[in-house]
Design a binder for this molecule. Structure first.
Ligand code: ATP
Ligand code: ZN
Length: 285
């Protein structure tokens, strides 16, 4: 029986969420410090703990079959691999930033400037697209300090809240790329590995749907049911159970996490009472 080799980041911003996702998929593995490789106890996968930058190359060469990493690194490394699934965590963007006191006039601002980045390929494409000639200073970390120490005029760096830029006296002027964690895969997986991957993806999608939805229970007068059903489309249609009190019923459905508060307000206006909202552990579609 084959195993699917999964590369995840050894330590960094992706590690915890990558491990959590696999655990929520019911995959049990031990994770001692300093371990580079571990085999899951109850699912045919092996985990490899690597630097995120190395994952695209390893997946291309099939040292690993699939990997979890940020799209920013996938695009920068530009290897011959597939993006299989977006995972919805580690959201960030790759942006251009310049010293706060500088006035930004558009991409032409970067003409003949020196720009520090860990993303020379993506930055190069951006400059080419805008017909700008600029010097790219490639550095591997702490890019945001480059202007402050006189190494560069501007930076092209990963931003999530923007607070790191602010504390370094920079302001964000262009977003080049939006990114989140994805699963990438080798293009030539054999049928056995492909079958394990399909099983894993089924579990991942169930976990993702569960995280994106809530179970909702409420009481309402029978006369309000039509209006309430329009607010709550649910998975198929809501479940409606009569209450002992005449003219009233209880309604059960599913609501999307990101529309949650809007829906609650609408439901209350429509006459719903005693609303209960419960997290969903797994959602099988
Ligand atoms: P490694 O040692 O594995 O090379 P790293 O220092 O390159 O780690 P991290 O800082 O751990 O990488 O970030 C990993 C990924 O997390 C990034 O490539 C990006 O996709 C995502 N990310 C999300 N938010 C941020 C952020 N605020 N700063 C940096 N990366 C972020
Ligand atoms: Zn890295």
């Amino acid at each position: 029986m084959g195993v699917l080799k999964i590369a995840i980041q050894k330590s960094g911003r992706l590690s915890e969420n990558s491990k959590k996702l696999l655990e929520e998929c019911g995959i049990k593995f031990s994770n001692g410090t300093g371990v580079l490789k571990t085999t899951a106890k109850n699912f045919p996968v092996e985990l490899l703990f690597l630097r995120d930058d190395d994952i695209p190359q390893y997946v291309e060469q099939q040292v690993a079959d699939i990997g979890i990493l940020g799209e920013n690194v996938v695009f920068e490394k530009n290897k011959d691999i597939n993006i299989i699934e977006q995972l919805g965590f580690a959201g960030c963007r790759l942006s251009m930033a310049i010293p706060r006191e500088e006035l930004y006039t558009g991409p032409q601002y970067f003409q003949n400037k020196k720009i520090a980045t860990s993303y020379p390929r993506i930055l190069g494409e951006f400059l080419k697209e805008h017909n700008i000639s600029a010097e790219i200073e490639e550095i591997s970390g702490s890019v945001e300090i480059a202007p402050g120490i006189g190494l560069a005029d501007a930076v092209c760096d990963i931003v999530s809240s923007g607070s790191t830029l602010l504390t370094n006296g920079l302001h964000e002027v262009e977003t080049i790329l939006k990114s989140q964690a994805v699963i990438v895969g080798n293009k030539n997986l054999d049928t056995e590995k492909q079958a394990i991957l399909e099983k894993l993806l089924f579990r991942i999608r169930s976990v993702k749907s569960a995280n994106e939805n809530k179970y909702i229970l409420l009481n309402a007068p029978v006369s309000a049911i039509d209006d309430i059903c329009k607010i709550l489309p649910g998975m198929k249609s809501p479940t409606i159970v009569p209450l002992v009190e005449k003219g009233w019923c209880s309604l059960h459905s599913v609501v999307k996490e990101d529309e949650f508060w809007v829906r609650i307000d609408q439901l209350r206006e429509a006459g719903a009472q005693g609303i209960l909202v419960i997290p969903i552990e797994k959602m099988i579609l």
